[in-house]
Design a protein around this ligand. Structure first.
Ligand code: PMP
Length: 354
């Protein structure tokens, strides 16, 4: 750190993204990316948009919002488009948390929440998951804090039912509840249809996972118009051109090609269930996943050991060096071939360590 770096960031520990190694070609199952390319239309539209890169993009993302409004049966003013859902999560911390209104989220959840809290100087409480790594709904009833819930949760993969999500929203009418649905397309129930019923609900989603666009950085928020105005106040005060032309065009192509996404999700869900069964046969215990990843452990090995051995064998997965998580591996669900390589390498590693 330089001597010029502001003291206000003394306690800031940046988020650590998953490894993106360049040393060799891995079967990459560590950052919950899609094994499928973006839709053909997304690729075509993005390359057409490249010709217009001399011009600023539409700061309102009007066409993309109109297409999404039609798909989700909403008004376009109930939607905001952002540079990856990380951006809108940060905006929500900026807009809805302060000394008087602390943030609350699970002790085991998306690792960026505490970082957003710290950079925005927001006090926060971490609410422990129960022994089964689930959210205890009663802990979130009427708590007078801005609530952030990843549903399904990461890195556990476990989803909360819509009834339970609704109970939490309804019991906190004076506070915003943010439901982070980064993985919702892989089998969980979305809260988007509740935005007209509850004016304190903000739902965030991303094009990074189910829509195969992690590299483009595109996310969105759904909420009643007033909340969308709040988010736009923050957005226009930081970076109005937050979504570049190529990304916006690719997003439009993806929405027009929605069936492609739906079919890819079906394949991922099949591959997930296949992988869970194979892991089960090898003595792994896997938490029930509604995402494009599984959180799994084998009592005979530490998470770190398996992570290192898999990496040596060309398979990259994610391991968290943290209490209650360190026995586990988080493994992204890729193609069937990817998952077969994973299982084959696990069998080899387990044989060798006998
Ligand atoms: N929420 C959760 C729970 C995530 O795991 C991720 C991906 N790292 C994000 C949000 C952010 O995704 P993106 O910024 O790519 O939309």
């Amino acid at each position: 750190m330089s001597k010029y770096f502001s003291e206000k960031y003394n306690d800031l520990i940046p988020y650590v993204p998953g490894e993106q190694p360049k040393d060799m070609k891995y079967v990459k199952l560590n950052t919950n990316e899609s094994p499928f390319p973006p839709s053909k239309k997304a690729q075509e539209y993005a390359s057409d948009a490249a010709k217009l890169l001399a011009l600023y993009p539409d700061p309102d993302c009007t066409i993309l919002r109109e297409k999404m409004a039609a798909l989700y049966n909403l008004d376009k003013d109930e939607i905001v488009i952002v540079n990856g859902s990380d951006e809108i999560l940060n905006f929500a911390f900026m807009a809805y948390c302060d000394d008087k209104t602390p943030a609350a989220f699970a002790d085991i959840t998306y690792g960026f929440y505490p970082v957003f809290a710290k950079i925005n100087k927001v006090p926060y409480v971490e609410i422990p998951l129960n022994d089964n790594y689930e959210i205890n709904v009663d802990d979130y009833i009427g708590i007078n804090k801005t609530i952030f819930i990843a549903n399904p949760n990461a890195p556990t993969g476990i989803a909360l039912s819509l009834d339970n999500i609704e109970k939490i929203i309804a019991s906190n009418p004076n506070n915003i509840v943010v439901i982070d649905e980064a993985y919702v397309d892989f089998g969980a129930q979305s809260a988007v249809n509740l935005i007209r019923k509850y004016d304190n609900l903000l739902v965030t989603q991303t094009f990074s996972k189910s829509r195969s666009m992690a590299g483009a950085r595109l996310g969105m928020g759904f909420a009643n118009k007033k909340l969308i105005q709040d988010i736009n106040t923050i957005r226009y005060s930081t970076n109005p051109y937050n979504v570049n032309r190529m990304t916006m065009a690719a997003g439009i192509g993806t929405i027009e090609d929605n069936d492609y996404m739906v079919n890819n999700c079906k394949t991922i869900i099949q591959n997930r269930e296949y992988t869970i069964n194979k892991l089960n046969e090898l003595g792994f215990v896997t938490l029930p996943s509604k995402t494009n990843f599984v959180f799994t452990k084998n009592e005979k090995f530490s998470g770190e050991y398996l992570y290192k051995k898999l990496k040596e064998n060309g398979v990259l997965v994610r391991y968290f060096n943290k209490a209650r998580l360190d026995k586990y591996l988080r493994i992204t669900i890729g193609s069937k071939q990817d998952m077969d390589v994973l299982i084959e390498k696990l069998i080899k590693i387990m044989e060798e360590s006998k």
